[in-house]
Design a protein around this ligand. Structure first.
Ligand code: ATP
Ligand code: MG
Length: 339
């Protein structure tokens, strides 16, 4: 079992990242560890170059993201935690795979279409080719499980196509180089929506800070954001059916359920009939209690630059070692001569 997943160190991590991704990293890390496999979590700092960025911010966010992940339970003694920039094999393998990936495949990526919009000519080349870097990210470690959100499934299929074509073109049939990675959509993957708009996902890049709960928000801020969250005037229904067409109510109930480990039906059985004047403070309490230990640990870690850099350096050394055989085999398969 080889788990590989990445998270971009851009902006402040929020409740959606926590419930949708980080909680599952912690679970998978423990499963992989128990099964004698490996778990690789990397900060996708090279991916951050695909959009305009501020270098000083990127450095700061990279360290803060390490502190956040560790505060949330990612354990550097069980997980190989590193940033791409310290493992040149990611960029090298991307170049090798650029010979295999087709323009037509990348042109079909919906993320490219969405992010580039009408201004394709003005985008960075990196925005167009970053799915090939993503393929390199997972193929380098012969990943078996790649936890991804729904939005990333297409890119993982691309990684499989690239792996398959490379294996066909450059390897003998009985000795394919790359393992075809499987998307792993965790059973309890929560999709958390914006507090200002129940139809848009909670996101780091939403311009409104009131739209998201950041993992580093203090209790007063959390309470304030929950109380100001958009809702409708109706009380909560007692059954799930009553949440249809009530995106904001559904989101708040979903957050409560995810945080307490209860089903939506159980939450509604308990809180059905309550107005938001009563439910919001209850939700705020649960959030504050969930974030309290994460916050405390984050505050301890965040200014210890040396310790954070040491975690990344150690993870990078392990990642370089694990990736080397595959990288070398890829150079060899392509007929590239190296001393
Ligand atoms: P950006 O707006 O910059 O794309 P983001 O908030 O979407 O940022 P990412 O760094 O793109 O965050 O995603 C990191 C991980 O968090 C991914 O696995 C993604 O699927 C997950 N994730 C992001 N937003 C949510 C959300 N609202 N609910 C559940 N999971 C989410
Ligand atoms: Mg995103």
């Amino acid at each position: 079992m080889r788990v590989v997943s990445g998270i971009q160190p851009t902006g402040k991590p929020h409740l959606g990242n926590y419930l949708g991704a980080i909680v599952n990293y912690v679970k998978l890390q423990d499963e992989a560890h128990a099964a004698g496999g490996e778990c690789f979590i990397f900060l996708a700092d090279l991916h951050a170059l695909s959009q305009p960025h501020d270098p000083a911010e990127l450095t700061k966010n990279t360290r803060e993201m390490v502190a956040t992940l560790v505060a949330c339970g990612v354990d550097p003694s069980k997980t190989i935690l590193f940033n791409q920039a310290q493992v040149p094999a990611h960029a090298e393998l991307q170049w090798l795979l650029n010979g295999t990936a087709r323009m037509g495949w990348l042109n079909r990526m919906t993320q490219w279409k969405d992010k580039a919009g009408k201004n394709r000519e003005g985008q960075s080349v990196a925005l167009f080719t970053y799915p090939v870097l993503q393929a390199a990210d997972v193929l380098l470690y012969q990943a078996t499980h790649v936890p991804v959100g729904e939005d990333q499934k297409q890119h993982l299929e691309l990684a499989r196509d690239i792996a398959q074509k490379f294996n066909n073109d450059f390897c003998s049939e009985d000795a394919p180089l790359f393992t075809l990675p499987e998307p792993y959509i965790p059973p309890a993957a929560a999709r958390i929506m914006s507090l200002r708009d129940g139809t848009a996902k909670m996101s780091k890049s939403d311009p409104s800070d009131m739209s998201r709960i950041s993992l580093t928000d203090d209790p007063d801020t959390v309470m304030k954001k929950v109380k100001k969250a958009k809702t409708d005037p109706e009380p909560l229904p007692s059954e799930e059916k009553g949440l249809e067409d009530r995106a904001e109510a559904k989101n708040l109930v979903g957050i409560y359920a995810a945080l307490t480990g209860k089903s939506t039906a159980d939450v509604l059985a308990e809180h059905g009939g309550q107005g938001f004047g009563a439910f919001k403070p209850a939700l705020g309490e649960v959030l504050v209690e969930t974030l309290r230990p994460i916050n405390a640990r984050f505050m301890e870690l965040k200014d210890d630059q040396e310790a954070l850099d040491a975690i990344l350096a150690r993870g990078a050394a392990q990642a370089r070692e694990h990736g080397l055989p595959t990288l070398n085999a890829a150079y060899k398969a392509l007929g590239l001569v190296r001393g």
